[in-house]
Design a protein around this ligand. Sequence first.
Ligand code: ATR
Length: 287
Amino acid sequence: MQIDGSTRIVGVFGHPIAHTASPAMQNAAFDRLGMNWRYLAFDVDPDRLRGALGGIADLNFAGINLTVPHKILALDIVDEVDKQARQLGAVNTIIVDGHELRGFNTDGYGFVRGLREDFGVELRGRRVLILGAGGAGRALAIQSALDGAAAIFLANRTASKAFHVVGEIRKIVPHAFAVALPMQPAHIAKHLDEVDLVVNATSLGLKPGDPPPLKKFPRRCNWLRVYDTIYRPTETPLLSLARKAGAKTANGLSMLLHQGARSFELWTGRRAPVAVMRRALHKAVYG
Ligand code: ATR
C-alpha cells in the first residue's frame, strides 16, 4: 500500500462506524487495479455532518459514502441531488466536483443487482412484500415501484409510516399498485400466498435473540423468495424460518457488494472489480 502526495481519498461517514466492511471491499478494488486511492471510515456525529461534508470539499476528497444515520440528512446538505436519490429519499454516495457536492443513491441499484445475483429475478412484474418502512424499507419500496413491480405490500410496526411511504410511491409512480399494512400476523398472512418476494428491511434480526418480523410462512412455499437486508448474522431468524418452510433465501451481502461497486464506479469512472470486492467483503464480514 502506498500513500503519498497524490493519494486520492474516499471513505464512509457513519455513527457508529467501527464494524463497517466497506474499507476492506473498496481498498481491495484499488489494490487490484493498482490505483493510488484509499478508502477510510469516519465516525461522524450527525450534528457535525454539515461541517464534515464541507471539509471533504475543502480537502479535495474524491467522494464519500454515507451510512446510518446520515443518508437522509445529507439530502439537504449537498449542492445537487441526482433524480433517483431524490426519489428514494436518501443519499448514500457523494461525488466531490470542485467545491460542489453531488449526491447519489446506489442502494436501490445494489438491491436490484443483489436480487438478480442471488435469485435470478428482476423486480418487474413481481409481487413484493416489504417488511419495514424506515429509511431502508422506503427506498426499497420506491425502487420496486420504479422497476415495475406488479404489487407492493408494505408492512410496518408503526402503520402510519407505511401509509406515508405508499403516498410517496403514488406520487412518483402513479400507476403503481401499493398497499400499506400494519405488521400484524393476521394482516400479513392474507398476502403471503399471493406474493413471490418477501424483503426484510426492519432491523429485527440484527441483535442476538431478536424474533423474526414474521412468525410463519405457508408450508412448502417453494415459490417464495425471501431476501433479508441484514447480512450479519448470515442467516437471520427470518431466513431460517423461510428456508425450513421451503423458500429460497438470501441475505443482504449482495446488496452491500453492489452498492459499493456502483459507488466505486461513480467516483473513479472505472469498472469495479466485483469478484475481488466480493471476496474481500466476505472475508471482512464472516472471517
Ligand atoms: P433503516 O434506515 O435501517 O431503515 P430505520 O429508519 O430506523 O432504519 O427503520 C427501522 C425499521 O425497523 C422500521 O421499519 C422499524 O419500525 P417502526 O417504524 O415501527 O419503528 C423497524 N423495527 C425496528 N424495531 C422493530 C421491532 N422490534 N418490531 C418491528 N419492527 C421494528
